[in-house]
Design a protein around this ligand. Structure first.
Ligand code: ADP
Length: 276
């Protein structure tokens, strides 16, 4: 049986969103210790489309994520989860507001500097694994290091490979692996450069229940054992129950948070937000 080894220190996120906070206002209270903050959004807005046909995907989001926290981001379809993840991870630029990663304001960076920051400070795990088909497992795992011309730390590689149980698969290509094994490669790749924060976009969405739990356990260990920060978008209340906090989005706004979430409590909150 899977047992969650959750840290419940309360330092995972600081949204300032109590249960009773009105949606849509900027929230800056209750931030974690400033020295612990690794990602910060200040009044982030993202508008798509033209002036005549605007879509307000994010309507002013302010929150902080602390080192060593595992946070889920949830909400109905179209509530802004992907847009949030893309803006927080420097894959998209907000229309207004600021995003800081490890003290660097992303808006101040040109595309080249942003790419370097993403490579060096961020890890990514996607629903569809996003592995390079022509590379072996080992080459996929070490790709972020090669892209930033960093040396492979053999001991660390062995550690990551051992942790993800890929030791006997290093010379295989992704097509020779199961979905769960491919996602293990993606987790190893996300951790190899010891990033400041790992962004996971529906990392269990393509996996069966048991394999999904194994991936969540790996992410959980990255948080508890390595003091990584993991921010995960998910639709699945059971997946969210492996995290320290859930942030709920609705219509581009923060609609509250839920510390120490159980699957039942998450499902209930989601139902109230219009999704079951
Ligand atoms: P979620 O991930 O919660 O489903 P998204 O962040 O994908 O939500 O979308 C939020 C809103 O922004 C939705 O109304 C969506 O249709 C809109 N949107 C997302 N991406 C684009 C885009 N590239 N162009 C126009 N509208 C977009």
């Amino acid at each position: 049986m899977f047992l969650r080894a959750g840290r419940r220190s309360g330092t995972g996120t600081g949204t300032g969103t109590g249960e009773n906070s009105p949606a849509g206002t900027d929230r800056t209270a209750a931030d974690p210790d400033p020295g612990d903050v690794v990602v910060r959004l200040e009044s982030v807005r993202r508008v798509y489309g033209t002036a005549r046909n605007e879509v307000h995907a994010l309507r002013g989001i302010s929150l902080s994520f602390a080192r060593g926290g595992f946070t889920s981001v949830m909400g109905p379809s179209g509530s802004g989860k992907s847009t949030f993840l893309h803006c927080a991870a420097g894959l998209d630029r907000p229309t207004a507001g600021r995003v800081y990663v490890g003290g660097t304001e992303l808006g101040a960076l040109d595309e080249t500097a942003l790419t370097v920051l993403r490579r060096e400070e961020l890890g990514f795990v996607f629903q569809d694994f996003n592995l390079v088909r022509s590379l072996t497992v080992e080459q996929n795992i070490t790709l972020p290091l090669r892209l930033s011309r960093r040396r492979v730390d053999r001991a660390w590689l062995d550690d990551v490979v051992g942790r993800t149980g890929l030791g006997d698969r290093l010379r295989h290509r992704p097509a020779e692996l199961s979905g769960g094994q491919q996602q293990r490669v993606a987790v190893a790749r996300a951790l190899i450069a010891r990033p400041t924060v790992v962004f996971a976009d529906e990392p269990t969405g393509a996996l069966d229940l048991r394999t999904g739990r194994e991936i969540l356990a790996l992410l959980r260990h990255a948080v508890d054992g390595l003091r990584q920060t993991v921010i995960m978008v998910t639709h699945d209340p059971a997946a969210a129950s492996h995290t320290d906090d859930v942030l709920f989005l609705a219509d581009g706004q923060l609609a509250g948070s839920l510390p120490a979430p159980t699957a039942a409590a998450v499902a209930e909150r989601l139902a109230r937000l219009g999704e079951d």
